[in-house]
Every structure is written in structure tokens, then in C-alpha cells.
Design a protein around this ligand. Structure first.
Ligand SMILES: [Fe+2]
Ligand SMILES: [Fe+2]
Length: 166
């Protein structure tokens, strides 16, 4: 029997699984709100003044993402979670930015997967909403990498998805 195209097989989920995955996304959005609220206020040093103001904008954008994801979970008949993913803290500005950069990468990887999963389920409008969120997350990633003086990291598919594809 001929197997399905690998990327399709790896991305296929049911509606219940999609609700659970969106709740993971929501917990990541809460995490992002909290870290941007705190980091934007405690980031010290002249070199980081611009990025501190930028992080404050990120906080507001993450809140709008959380609302959007909650709305999609409700639409699917699920109950939005109330617990954030753990937020790491540091006294060091560069470390704070590093944590955010790592989290944004994880978020982008997940939303790219989510777009494919939504489309597999025929949830095209949902996929579109998530694409819009993705554009913001990529902007966040660029802002953080730039503040750290680094290239924007390449986001790879999860090892899980890769394993399923193999
Ligand atoms: Fe977000
Ligand atoms: Fe973000």
C-alpha cells in the first residue's frame, strides 16, 4: 500500500487532538504575555532601551493572540486552559532576551504545524488566523535576534514530526 505523503501523515490530527494542541499554544501565549510584561519593565541598560519598549508592544500582541486562540478553542467545543507554561527569569538582560528568543522559536514551530493541521481538518479560516499570529511571532523573533546582535535562528520541524515522517 502506498503511504500518504509524509508531511500529510505527520500532521493529521482529529478535532479533539487539535483542541489539546491549541490549549498548549494558549499556555505558551500566557507564558509570553507574562515574560514580556516583566522583562519589558526590568530590562536595564542603555543598549536595551529600544528593545524594552518593543517588548511592551509584544506583550499586547501576545494578549491578542491568547484571545484569538481561546476563541478558536471555544469554537471547536473545547475549554481554554488557565495555566501558563513556566516562565524563566534572570537578572541578566541578555539571558531574558535569550529565553524569549527560544520560546518564540518553539511557538513558531508549533504554529507552522498547527496551520497544516487546521488545513487537514478543513478549518481554513482557523489556519488563516494562525498564519496572522505567525507573522507577529516571526516579527518578535527578528526583534529579539536583532537586539542580541544575532542572525534569526532557523526553526526546524519538531523531532516528533520528523520521526513520524521517517
Ligand atoms: Fe503569541
Ligand atoms: Fe511572540
Amino acid at each position: 500500500m502506498k503511504a500518504e505523503a509524509p508531511s500529510q501523515a505527520a500532521d493529521k490530527v482529529g478535532r479533539h487532538e487539535l483542541i489539546a494542541l491549541l490549549n498548549e499554544d494558549l499556555a505558551r501565549e500566557y507564558q509570553a504575555i507574562i515574560s514580556y510584561v516583566v522583562y519589558s519593565q526590568v530590562l536595564k541598560g542603555a543598549e536595551f532601551m529600544n528593545i524594552a519598549a518593543e517588548l511592551e508592544k509584544h506583550a499586547a500582541e501576545e494578549l491578542s493572540h491568547a484571545l484569538m486562540i481561546s476563541n478558536q478553542i471555544d469554537y471547536l467545543g473545547g475549554m481554554p486552559v488557565v495555566q501558563p507554561k513556566p516562565v524563566r527569569t534572570s537578572e541578566k538582560a541578555r539571558e531574558m532576551l535569550r529565553f524569549d528568543l527560544i520560546n518564540e522559536g518553539e511557538t513558531i514551530r508549533n504554529y507552522r504545524e498547527r496551520v497544516r493541521q487546521c488545513e487537514q481538518l478543513g478549518e481554513y479560516a482557523m489556519a488563516e488566523h494562525i498564519r496572522e499570529i505567525l507573522m507577529d511571532e516571526q516579527d518578535h523573533q527578528i526583534a529579539l535576534a536583532t537586539a542580541l546582535g544575532e542572525d534569526v535562528p532557523v526553526v526546524k520541524d519538531s523531532p516528533n514530526a520528523a520521526a513520524k515522517k521517517a
